[in-house]
Design a protein around this ligand. Structure first.
Ligand SMILES: *Cc1c(COP(=O)(O)O)cnc(C)c1O
Length: 231
């Protein structure tokens, strides 16, 4: 258990946890029904240490190479870390991604799903995945279109044998996120998927209200990032 001192040295984390707790209770959920994925992209290992010291164990990174540089070292001190890939994955980085990550949240196209299934079969690694849905149908954004979601889930789960746990989305920046969260929840429910990764620093309480099981929070825990690293 984290000590009081440790949690005081991570005030952003403490506040986010408290807000998740309140939002969960409001939504009639238990606190452990929502998994906090602490998004540590751009932040150096020195900044991640206090968050680990405060007891956080689930983290998200959006670049394979950055994760490879930071996390093997951190795992030596904290073997119970769970690392999620939350950014686009190129097929030429699949080997590295399967080696360094524990969960892939951003399965967003058939070619990737097939290559991932091949690498999982080759390595025998148990690797849960989420399918990213482009709920806003934004041309510049990754993800499966909502109307193609059912067929893609079937392909991944039934044909390719991927361990599909749920869905993930990043709502358009300028729209009410609730509509997108509701849409994601609907697609998951009709496909029997339990996990919903949705909600970031600006909207994780709304996401919890709409059934998020995983919230991906960076800025509210670590502070602001240099703008060049934004997705
Ligand atoms: C960076 C990022 C986040 C975290 O965003 P914040 O606004 O800093 O909380 C969440 N999800 C994805 C996919 C991201 O790339």
């Amino acid at each position: 258990m984290p000590t009081q001192n440790n949690i005081l040295s991570a005030p952003g984390l403490a506040e986010v946890r408290a807000r998740i707790d309140v939002a969960g209770k409001k939504a009639g959920r238990t606190a452990d029904g929502v998994c906090l994925v602490a998004v540590s992209k751009t932040h150096a290992v020195e900044q991640i240490h206090p968050i680990l010291e405060a007891g956080q164990r689930v983290f998200g990174e959006n670049r394979v190479q950055e994760a490879e540089q930071k996390w093997p070292e951190l795992r030596e001190s904290y073997p119970d870390i769970t690392l999620h890939l939350i950014g686009p994955l190129q097929t030429n980085k699949i080997k590295q991604a399967v080696a360094v990550f524990d969960v892939i949240e951003s399965v967003d196209r058939e070619k990737l799903a097939r290559a991932l299934a091949g690498e999982i079969a080759r390595t025998g690694k148990n690797l849960p995945v989420f399918i990213q849905i482009n709920t806003g149908e934004e041309p510049q954004k990754a993800g499966i279109l909502p109307r193609e979601g059912d067929a893609f889930i079937q392909l991944c789960r039934d044909e390719l044998g991927l361990d599909v746990r749920g869905l993930m989305c990043i709502p358009p920046a300028d729209e009410e996120p609730a509509l997108h969260f509701a849409l994601l929840a609907k697609i998951a429910a009709r496909n029997g998927l339990a996990a919903l990764s949705m909600g970031m620093s600006g909207d994780f309480e709304t996401a919890i209200q709409f059934g998020a099981t995983h919230v991906r929070v960076g800025t509210a825990i670590f502070g602001t990032r240099p703008p060049i690293h934004e997705v």
